[in-house]
Design a protein around this ligand. Sequence first.
Ligand code: SAM
Length: 270
Amino acid sequence: MDVEDPVRRHYRRDDLERVVLAALGSSGADLSDLRVEDLRGLDQLHAGSVEATEHLLDLLDLSTSSRLLDVGSGVGGPARLAAERHGCRVSGVDLSPDFVELARSLTARFSLAGQATFVLGSATTLPWSDRSFDRVMLNHVGMNIPDKAAVFAEVHRVLEPGGVFGIYEQMLIGEGALTFPLPWADEESGSFVESPQRYAELLGAAGFAVESEENRAAAVAAIAAASSGPTGGLTPADLFGEGFTERLDNNIAATMTGALAPVVMVARAI
Ligand SMILES: C[S@@+](CC[C@H](N)C(=O)[O-])C[C@H]1O[C@@H](n2cnc3c(N)ncnc32)[C@H](O)[C@@H]1O
């Protein structure tokens, strides 16, 4: 069996576009001219929603001339945020056909003039030539990928020398068993969380210099406490599928015990 099949199955959802557009329509959004705020975090499939993505994008120091790759782009929320708020061009790649389809159909309803595009593909064999980008982000994806060395080698290949790689992942920061299911896996055999030290080792081996590392657990808790909730009765839980509350509760419990944390790392290609 292809090691990526369980990931495709995990994120498989039928009829996503109809459900999401119905929810957006009932919230009063203009479906022909959507804005990031209309989705209110529905399309941000990671801890800390829009605020967490904004933090990551700020660390990437984007400009209108940046060429950003979003590896594991989900339904396109972080990529659209980068395009809308920073004016850069963004390419997204994701393994899950349903998510790529929704990323494309939602983005077609934004006035982004082709600034954000999405392809179906794997992080371990990126479908771009060498030095195609000057920025890359990986946002809550590595937990599904056993061979992070292959991902980092690919990211290094498609980045220009001196290019910046922003990583925002659930990482193992302490002892303690994880309780499954978690948002990214039903059981331990599908979860590949690693420590920040391991990320740093693998990044170094792939030709990156790690410039910063930040535990965002407290920031994410503050964002969650201040959150007014997503649009039209839909939440990212509807995109993640059944039992999301249990998954999220297990994730929060692992954060409270100090086993897991959302961690941001910035590395530069050397
Ligand atoms: C938790 S979601 C995060 C999506 C997005 N980065 C965001 O923050 O909204 C994880 C995504 O990673 C994708 N993914 C997992 N393994 C992948 C791989 N090997 N290559 C490409 N995408 C992958 C999944 O299909 C899913 O869309």
